[in-house]
Design a protein around this ligand. Sequence first.
Ligand code: PEP
Length: 254
Amino acid sequence: MSRRYFIAGNWKMNKTPSQAAALAEALVKNIGGVTKVDVAVCPTFTSLDVVGKIVKNSNIKLGAQNMHFEASGAYTGEIAADMLLELGCEYVILGHSERRQYFAETDETVNKKTCAAINAGLKPIVCVGETLAQREEGVTMKVIETQVKGALEGVCDKGIKSVVIAYEPVWAIGTGKTATPAMAEEVHAFIRKTLADKYGEEIAEGVQILYGGSMKPENAPELLAQKDIDGGLIGGAALKAESFTDLVQAALNA
Ligand code: PEP
């Protein structure tokens, strides 16, 4: 099975439109021509337009960090799939642990958003991950299974082909603590098995499963060498052109 590596940058609530434009321009210069690895950047909503125009003629894809599941209506402060598509988004991050933790996202809302994104033609990057307390309690796999199955409820064989899963242990996000390659691989393999039980081996083998959690150029080679780790969802190290470029290079070398 030849899954492509995928390096996606989650810029979170960082950078004004002009700062985002400067980073996007540097990335286009450094890695805009990369064809052997999938690359995406996910700026804030307010920078999607300007970044989208800069990456448009490169191989760097555009993604958003969230969306609402309804197509339109009285949802003050929210953004719908069509709005993202018109700005050139191909991807949307859904169910990030920060959204679950601070904005009351649940498996149910993540599921509604996943289905809405697929139906609209966006590729959802669905985030799952256990907290430190859950890992210490020994319930990591149960938590992951519930989140994966919850997000994919009602997603058909065709739909799953546009889904990317990101395993992001909550305790490793922005903390400098990374899951060891073996720890991460154990969960990635479990996610793939969960997908295989639902969709069959062949489809599961085609799904990109990214690791996220303090991934940086120094630890990327070992993580990317694992059988079921197909790339990274990168937070902190995506905010500088140099480190993000090095991560894409690590994927090219993997
Ligand atoms: C993230 O939030 O998606 C993430 C992985 O962040 P960091 O790389 O900073 O840990």
